[in-house]
Design a protein around this ligand. Sequence first.
Ligand SMILES: NC(=O)c1ccc[n+]([C@@H]2O[C@H](COP(=O)([O-])OP(=O)(O)OC[C@H]3O[C@@H](n4cnc5c(N)ncnc54)[C@H](OP(=O)(O)O)[C@@H]3O)[C@@H](O)[C@H]2O)c1
Length: 253
Amino acid sequence: MSYTTLAGRTAVITGAASGMGEATARTLASHGVRVALLARRADRLTALANRIEADGGQALAVPADVTDAASVDAAAERIHTAYGAVDLVVNAAGVMLPNPVTDGRADEWQRMLDTNVAGALRVIRAFTPDLIAAAAAGRTADLVNLSSIGAHIAFPHYAVYGATKAALTYLSQSLRTELGPRDVRVTNIEPGLTDTELGGHIDNAELATQLDGMFDALIGLSPDDVADLIAYATSRARHVNLRQAVVLPTRQA
Ligand SMILES: NC(=O)c1ccc[n+]([C@@H]2O[C@H](COP(=O)([O-])OP(=O)(O)OC[C@H]3O[C@@H](n4cnc5c(N)ncnc54)[C@H](OP(=O)(O)O)[C@@H]3O)[C@@H](O)[C@H]2O)c1
């Protein structure tokens, strides 16, 4: 399969400190994409950038917090200064904090809404002008949002997380009506169980154990599996939009 159309493009990838964002950065860089790496943990981003450069790629570590508009705008300025306009945006930053809604954990709700929904919007606001300009100049332009199978299927105690992912799936669908006519592709990826750090922030011991049990039973995807799908989708001819993909471990119904 040819991914050659990726070479020479410039990407910004949020959530690049771990999991799917990190894997996507490595994969795109291996196909000749310059990658700007966004997340909060600067040490992780620097280590990843060094690894990509050692493998012959080009990478820029840009520590930023997507819950903070000024931080996102400052990151965009740094990226524009170093690389110019980007033509590929991957929104992978996200948090998953399950608990019964009856526990009333407004702190967790706010964090998920602010990262998974408003955070993605801040990134979209910062980089959509680049995507529109790239497409207008005849180049391929992509916005990729990492939603979840949780956007469609209800899991007990994951109500707010699922709601943020349903919002992201709807946002992708709706954005296509604005950006598609301007030749910017919007791709919404909905993974199932994937072996990353995402479950590491759960503070409910029972739900953390339940998640571990799901990994034992279902054998999760690796972040590289999802990164491969993103590389496939973004390397198609520019008139082809693989608009929505659900990717699950084979054992997950
Ligand atoms: N793993 C799964 O089973 C699964 C399934 C479906 C969908 N997803 C979605 O896939 C996406 C990637 O998650 P993952 O599974 O790869 O988990 P992960 O390893 O925890 O990655 C999440 C990334 O987001 C970054 N992040 C979190 N809050 C941030 C903030 N405020 N500002 C900037 N970056 C922030 C984290 O880095 P810092 O902490 O350094 O900021 C981290 O690199 C998420 O949107 C998740 O909801 C995951």
